[in-house]
Design a protein. Structure first.
Length: 256
């Protein structure tokens, strides 16, 4: 790719990020006032700079490979499971570059330039040219099939953080996602353990089954380590650390 082409792509990506930032700033200013927005922006920028400078080389291990923690001001990723989810899922997406990919829940586009399909029932980009499909994944039935479907901390909200709660909706969502796969396609999802009791029960009762399941547990405020299911099954959400304390990475291979 020529340097001119690369520059054009980078400029387009930054323009898109700027438009998103302006939109979020306006929304925050309307809700809590302009001074709150400015204070929050300064605080986040300071902490982000600190982590980029002093914590840049820190890494964690997943399936025998070292990954650098992902630090980004959007969503203050150093404070939550985004620090480990983003590098893991982004690498899987990169490995499938050029193939049909669907992301359930709009996450990666906040951090990287993306060109895959995204379905998100609630989130709208707010600018012209958005490619987000605003449909419920349970009802989504496109003509095309996908080589890869990924979802980053989204399925735990399905049927739980909705106006009408549905104990079985996460299972229905995963079943429909499987129908959207090509014969050799696969699904990779991440979600916090102990956040959605409906999801936890479906997993415990064996109604949701993954061909491969991996776990990461928080061992310090900003550190994660690999663990097995027995080590995390009784862990809590929001204790002893804030937000996710145990993260599940589930894989479904359509060929199985």
């Amino acid at each position: 790719m020529s340097s001119g082409r690369e520059l054009a792509i980078q400029e387009a990506f930054m323009t898109k990020k700027l438009l998103k930032f302006i939109l979020r700033a306006k929304q925050a200013a309307r809700k809590k006032g302009i001074f709150y927005s400015i204070k929050l922006a300064i605080k986040t920028s300071f902490i982000f700079t600190y982590y980029k400078i002093f914590k840049h080389g820190k890494s964690f291990t997943f399936r025998g490979k070292n990954y650098r923690y992902f630090y980004h001001p959007y969503g203050v990723t150093w404070k939550n499971d985004r620090a480990v989810e983003i590098p893991i899922i982004q690498e899987i997406v990169n490995e499938h570059r050029g193939k049909k990919i669907l992301e359930v829940g709009n996450v990666l586009s906040h951090y990287h330039d993306t060109n895959h399909s995204v379905i998100d029932k609630y989130e709208k980009d707010g600018y012209e040219g958005s490619k987000i499909i605003n449909q419920d994944i349970v009802e989504y039935n496109p003509t095309d099939k996908y080589d890869l479907i990924v979802s980053i901390s989204t399925i735990e909200h399905i049927g739980w953080d909705e106006e009408i709660k549905d104990p079985m909706k996460t299972l229905h969502a995963l079943n429909n996602m499987r129908k959207l796969l090509k014969e050799t396609g696969k699904i990779v999802v991440t979600f916090p353990h102990a956040y959605n009791p409906y999801l936890d029960k479906l997993l415990k009762d064996g109604k949701i089954k993954f061909d491969e399941m991996y776990c990461l547990k928080k061992i310090a405020r900003r550190e994660w380590a690999e663990a097995n299911w027995e080590e995390v099954r009784n862990m809590s959400y929001n204790h002893p650390y804030s937000n996710t304390n145990a993260l599940i990475i589930g894989i479904i291979n359509n060929s199985n």
